[in-house]
Design a protein around this ligand. Structure first.
Ligand SMILES: [Zn+2]
Length: 106
């Protein structure tokens, strides 16, 4: 009889394999189409702008001073900053809907 622990172990092994495959796809992707969300700022805490490749789902978070023209990736060198086409997103929910499921996001 299969136990819950066995199912959990199998799921973790499959998720680890999926993460590795996604990572390899992201390394090889030319990032042909990228979506951009401007972030959010009010009197409270700002939320930095973000970008995501629509083909491989690689994400980058920009600094607060980033915009569509002068993208500054917070994690260092940008992989998505020079993308040929940016699809602007109106709100955070549109951006979050494009993300990978957390279990396979490398
Ligand atoms: Zn890509």
């Amino acid at each position: 009889m299969t136990t819950v622990l066995q199912i959990e172990r199998r799921f973790r092994r499959i998720a680890a394999q999926a993460k590795e495959q996604v990572r390899a796809l992201q390394e090889a992707c030319p990032h042909p189409e990228v979506a951009h969300w401007r972030g959010y700022h009010s009197s409270g805490t700002p939320t930095n702008p973000r970008r995501i490749c629509l083909q491989c789902k690689l994400e980058e978070r920009g600094s607060w001073w980033s915009n569509e023209i002068g993208w500054r990736c917070e994690e260092g060198d940008t992989k998505l900053g020079g993308a040929p086409f940016l699809r602007p997103l109106d709100d955070a929910e549109d951006f979050y809907a494009l993300r990978l499921p957390q279990d396979i996001d490398p």
